[in-house]
Design a protein around this ligand. Structure first.
Ligand SMILES: NC(=O)c1ccc[n+]([C@@H]2O[C@H](COP(=O)([O-])OP(=O)(O)OC[C@H]3O[C@@H](n4cnc5c(N)ncnc54)[C@H](OP(=O)(O)O)[C@@H]3O)[C@@H](O)[C@H]2O)c1
Length: 291
């Protein structure tokens, strides 16, 4: 199975385009699923303080030396060294109740202690919570962590166009990503266009619409035409549109299936058919309703 391609964030840091999402993964299962994902070839993990599983994720990362780092990407032909922390891209997020400059710095320390890591790859503000009026201050804390070298990249999640434009009035570092709900039933064209203009990478959460879009008849038709699964068709659509994707799955077979996306492609007619599925359907909350 081919590994995920890597994309360049706006500060030159590389991120695997296909990562493994850990929302709703019970703390006791997190280490095992992380191990399974790494075994399958994932090198990018997405968690959050709110998921309550950072400790388990950290334990899974701690077991990395069991694996050799023989390609996914190295390819020197020499005996491969053990896989290490540096081979894995880890994202976590500051929760809404910890917004504000000092509280965000404290929340970061807690997350790092839970994860058992010395540095983080990507730290995100989980939701703008505009009514709290604290996201600019929280982002300033992320900039401090970035300048101190504690995080390799910083960004936001669930920011609407107005939040991004407002943030950029005061931000000194352009967010590397905005992680938003995005799938064929919610295509987020306005945000995608704005991200393109600002140099922000679009990262799709619930890329399968929490499994619901897997039942879409057009998706099923394309899956049958390509001899692939519905999940693979949707994830391939994301990949071809340049999104970072972080599907979550609970079995080794699904985890593997969701990374096995690079032996086929969708043509222009397939992409058009999927573009036609937009229906403004959210599986999660609208960002204006989260505070
Ligand atoms: N920033 C945010 O606010 C935010 C919000 C939500 C999610 N996220 C992130 O995005 C990640 C993904 O989103 P998500 O977990 O909500 O939804 P998702 O990845 O779109 O869908 C996950 C669901 O699809 C099922 N599934 C996965 N692969 C499948 C396959 N190959 N065949 C059939 N069913 C499959 C899973 O079932 P099983 O688990 O039973 O296998 C699960 O029920 C999260 O884990 C989290 O990291 C971020």
């Amino acid at each position: 199975m081919k590994p995920s391609p890597r994309l360049n964030l706006n500060n030159g840091v590389l991120i695997d385009q296909v990562g493994f999402g850990l929302y709703k993964v019970p703390p006791a299962d997190a280490a095992g699923l992380v191990t399974m994902a790494i075994e399958a070839g994932y090198r990018h993990l997405d968690t959050a303080a709110m998921y309550g599983n950072e400790t388990g994720v950290g334990r899974g990362i701690g077991a990395l030396s069991r694996f050799s780092s023989e390609d996914p990407r190295g390819g020197s032909g020499e005996a491969a060294p053990e896989l290490s922390r540096a081979n894995i891209f880890v994202t976590t997020k500051v929760w809404n109740d910890d917004q504000g400059y000092d509280a965000t710095l404290r929340a970061f320390d807690t997350s790092m202690s839970n994860l058992g890591l010395e540095y983080l790859d990507l730290y995100l503000i989980h939701w703008p919570c505009a009514r709290r009026g604290l996201y600019a201050e929280s982002y300033r804390a992320l900039e401090t962590l970035y300048r101190e070298g504690k995080v390799r990249a910083i960004g936001v999640s669930n920011f609407q166009p107005a939040h991004l434009e407002d943030l950029l009035q005061t931000a000194e570092v352009v967010p590397a990503v905005n992680q938003i709900e995005l799938h064929p039933w919610l295509q987020q064209e306005e945000l995608r266009a704005l991200h393109g203009k600002l140099g922000i990478m679009t990262e799709a959460w619930s890329p399968l619409g929490r499994g619901q879009v897997l039942q879409d008849p057009t998706v099923l038709e394309l899956a049958s035409a390509h001899g692939r699964t519905a999940a693979q068709v949707i994830l391939r659509w994301h990949v071809q549109r340049g999104h970072i994707v972080i599907p979550k799955a609970s079995s080794s077979a699904r985890i593997r299936e969701n990374l096995d996306l690079f032996g086929f492609s969708l043509d222009a007619a397939d992409m058009d058919a999927l573009a036609g599925l937009e229906r403004g359907f959210r599986t999660g909350s609208h960002p204006d309703n989260v505070n």
